[in-house]
Design a protein around this ligand. Structure first.
Ligand SMILES: NC(=O)c1ccc[n+]([C@@H]2O[C@H](COP(=O)([O-])OP(=O)(O)OC[C@H]3O[C@@H](n4cnc5c(N)ncnc54)[C@H](O)[C@@H]3O)[C@@H](O)[C@H]2O)c1
Ligand SMILES: O=C(O)[C@H](O)COP(=O)(O)O
Length: 529
């Protein structure tokens, strides 16, 4: 008998497959305090949640019998994935079921904000017939910036088209063809922030998207811009948003998600320009039914040892499948991540070459790590070992793998080339006897860098003084250089500098480095995870 605990409100009609499963003993107990959950979780084989239950490492470790955690929805930021993976517990989600509901909610927020509907409604309910303080704006012919054109962003764009809005969109995986299909004009995030009358966010919260709309960006926006965030709290800096509303830069904001939830007592709620809902994007009968059906079926499949498709973390595969490859897996993931972080255009193609000894191994598991490293920089936990090829296909990234025994003097060499809409990136790594994993080549320059921590990659002209200037500027910013590598092809030509630094370089320092004469590009690379 499998014992399954449902600890958040999940549609019981959707849970039918589990309720009717003779092998499943289902307990529904919502609103549990932390201690209560810790006390009972040890009895269960599976846990089903939405976003309220905090599935921390403590909860996971107390769940001695846990085999699977199911998330009836998309975001898994309330689940400690590393702790689950360490314990070999599968985490699965239901990414498709609430797309339409969330897109409709974002659009409802956009319109209510444009026409002050919640504010006027509130006043009338309190007996005040106020027709002069609630003049709104039309959506017709206004510029809508859509940041993140995945499942939800694309549906929002379709609805905005029907309202005759001009749509600018940015997504690192959106092609010109897809943009045309959706009636979107491709633009950079900076262009969107500068030109849009309305901006709506539909990205996950990642290192890259955290505070992507902050004080410096607000300063460049059109006066009177209106902001919608129904994705994740933290994409927009709430303190900066508060100031931008007070300063009159932002005329309205519509938020369904907050940096801290429940957001009771949030200072933004005091502002009349704010329209807010308590994380209701997915709260429709239809979405809740869809996600409950999806997650219940997947959890039952896992418990019965059958196939599943929406694993979010690393499934523990039999050792023999990749025992020999194991030492290369982390290196592969870091090479993918490095390539993503030093590319600027939409990723179109990934070519992986396995050279030397490694060519004799069955390399598919390693390719999955490389793809995961490359795509997770933008897609966060949406891409994992299991779904790596599927995620690449769904984002129209072509994967080409090849093997050779010619390995340029290395015993083994893993090389990846990434073709983007703007450039062609090449990075290679090797496991060196006695030295461990190394990055040995970046864009044709021979280097010897450790694939760990924070790196600064500068492409520059090989001339006296540049290395000194970079060192001085980092020193002034209190950033210690741990390692340094310089590579060039010919004296006086193009060169690369790879610095291992003890902490992440702040963006203002990066901007100053970019402005140094002779430096052509700077990338602030994070290879910590
Ligand atoms: N408010 C709610 O109740 C609710 C409901 C469902 C989903 N969500 C949230 O909405 C978000 C989007 O969900 P989805 O189903 O559309 O996911 P998705 O994976 O289909 O789309 C997200 C898109 O964001 C893009 N992206 C990543 N980094 C980016 C960047 N720096 N700039 C621009 N685009 C970037 C990705 O390439 C991807 O296409 C998720 O964070 C999800 O958790 C909220
Ligand atoms: O990520 C999601 O699916 C949404 O944020 C919905 O969260 P909820 O299930 O708690 O409503």
């Amino acid at each position: 008998m499998f014992k399954v605990l449902v600890s958040d409100p999940i549609s019981d009609v959707g849970l039918k497959s589990l309720i009717e499963d003779p092998m499943v003993d289902l307990t529904i107990q919502t609103g549990l305090e932390k201690e209560q959950l810790l006390n009972i979780i040890g009895n269960f084989d599976a846990l089903l949640v939405r976003s309220q239950t905090k599935v921390t490492a403590e909860v996971i470790n107390a769940g001695k019998n846990l085999k699977v955690i199911g998330r009836a929805g998309v975001g898994v930021d309330n689940i400690d994935l590393d702790a689950a993976t360490d314990r070999g517990i599968l985490v699965i989600n239901a990414p498709d079921g609430n797309t339409i509901s969330t897109a409709e909610h974002a659009f409802a927020m956009l319109i209510s904000m444009a026409r002050n509907i919640p504010q006027a409604h509130g006043k009338l309910k309190h007996g005040v017939w106020d027709r002069k303080n609630f003049t709104g704006v039309e959506l017709n012919k206004k510029v809508l910036g859509v940041v993140g054109v995945g499942r939800i962003g694309a549906e929002v764009a379709k609805r905005a088209k029907a309202f005759n809005m001009d749509i600018l969109g940015f997504d690192p995986f959106m092609s010109q063809e897809r943009a045309e299909q959706l009636g979107i004009t491709l633009a950079s995030v900076e262009q969107i922030f500068e030109k849009a009358d309305f901006v709506t966010f539909h990205t996950p919260l990642t290192k890259e998207t955290k505070y992507m709309l902050d004080k410096p960006q607000f300063a460049k926006m059109k006066k009177g811009v209106r902001i919608v965030n129904c994705a994740r709290g933290g994409i927009v800096n709430e303190e900066a948003l508060y100031d931008a509303i007070k300063e009159g830069i932002v005329a309205g904001a519509a938020l369904d998600v907050f940096e801290e939830e429940p957001a009771v007592g949030n200072p933004l709620l005091e502002l009349p320009q704010l329209v807010a809902t308590p994380h209701l994007g997915a709260s429709t009968e239809e979405a809740q039914l869809n996600v409950a059906i999806d997650v219940a079926e997947e959890v039952a499949n896992v418990l019965h040892g059958k196939g599943f498709k929406n694993a979010v973390n690393l499934a523990i595969l039999p050792e023999e499948d990749f025992a020999e490859l194991k030492p290369y897996l982390k290196l592969g993931q870091k090479l993918g991540s490095l390539a993503a972080q030093i590319s600027t255009g939409r990723i179109e193609k990934l070519e992986i070459t396995y050279a030397g000894n490694i060519a004799d191994l069955k390399c598919e598991p390693l390719s999955r790590y490389i793809i995961r490293g490359l795509l997770s920089y933008h897609l966060a936990d949406d891409v994992n070992y299991i779904n790596a090829y599927k995620a690449a296909k769904s984002k129209h990234v072509e994967i080409v793998e090849s093997k050779t025994h010619t390995s340029k003097g290395f015993a083994n060499l893993v090389s990846i080339s990434v073709k983007t809409a703007n450039e062609y990136i090449q990075v290679a790594g090797s496991l060196l006897n006695g030295y461990g994993a190394k990055i040995v080549n970046i864009n044709g320059y021979t280097v010897d860098a450790n694939p760990v921590g924070n790196l600064l990659l500068a492409q520059h002209t090989d001339k006296p003084g540049i290395i000194g200037i970079v060192g001085t500027m980092l020193g002034e910013a209190d950033i210690n250089i741990a390692t340094m590598q310089v590579g060039r092809k010919v004296a006086g030509g193009d060169a690369v500098m790879v610095l291992g630094v003890d902490k992440r370089i702040p963006e203002d320092v990066v901007k100053k480095l970019e402005a140094v004469s002779g430096i052509n590009s700077i990338f602030n690379v994070d290879l910590q995870n």
